[in-house]
Design a protein around this ligand. Sequence first.
Ligand code: AMP
Length: 280
Amino acid sequence: MRTITDIKEMQNYSKEQKRNRKIIAFVPTMGNLHAGHISLVKTAKRKCDILVVSLFVNPTQFGAGEDFDSYPRIFKEDIIKLEREGVDIIFYPSEKEMYENSKTSVYVDEYSSILCGISRPSHFRGVTTVVAKLFNIVKPDIVLFGEKDAQQAFIIRKMVKDLNFDITIETREIIRESNGLAMSSRNSYLTDIQRKQASHIYKSLIGAKDLIRNGERDIENIKNYICKIIKDSGIEKIEYIEIVDDNNFNLIDSINGSVRILIAIYVGKTRLIDNIKVDV
Ligand code: AMP
């Protein structure tokens, strides 16, 4: 396994691999790796000749007052995990390498300002900009993202389509802790009591899925059901509970076809997101 920090070196490496007709798979991450990241890495490994994982805490996707400075950075532990999975290249650029003098951004209109984009207005611009840059640097054939960040995955697919990147995007299911809490680098901020509270997010999503499967079609009833379970757990701040058409991410007034329920809440000061797909 080799660590590359220089953009030109990464590009030259990938060009050479492509000349040799190697398939490059790529998993972008911000590090502090957990089983959710590793499941993407394992899937990617099966689909390629060369596997690249990036570790980059991207400053442009954090808003003012968010946790950019305190975001856990544990490079040494991360590379041990990646070596074990047979990763070929870790792309580990500095902020300066990625953004010195940069004036250009990529923005996917409409979808970047709904759901998480309401409270985090600059977040998805940061995400799509860094992901577009990483695509041009790593030159992957296939890229793996987690459904944990379902809105992000949708927006990236849209960017890839709109900007004609010749890249296949695949998503993988959410990996959860034994109590149902979706794994997240931010779970390390939670106390034991908060972890217990946070486990009710998934319980509410599973319950809502059952409600829909049993015939409930009223969006407000479903949202109220979720809201009650979350509030009863002691969680006070719900940012949003929304239901979208899973094919186009439009908010819906009635359920027919595949939908996705998405939630953002705060447990204490920690913002957590989760979602579930429901096929009817
Ligand atoms: P991050 O390091 O948070 O930027 O995440 C890197 C990738 O891992 C993204 O594609 C995430 O959607 C994915 N990911 C994060 N948490 C999970 C999880 N619990 N299960 C599956 N994928 C995840």
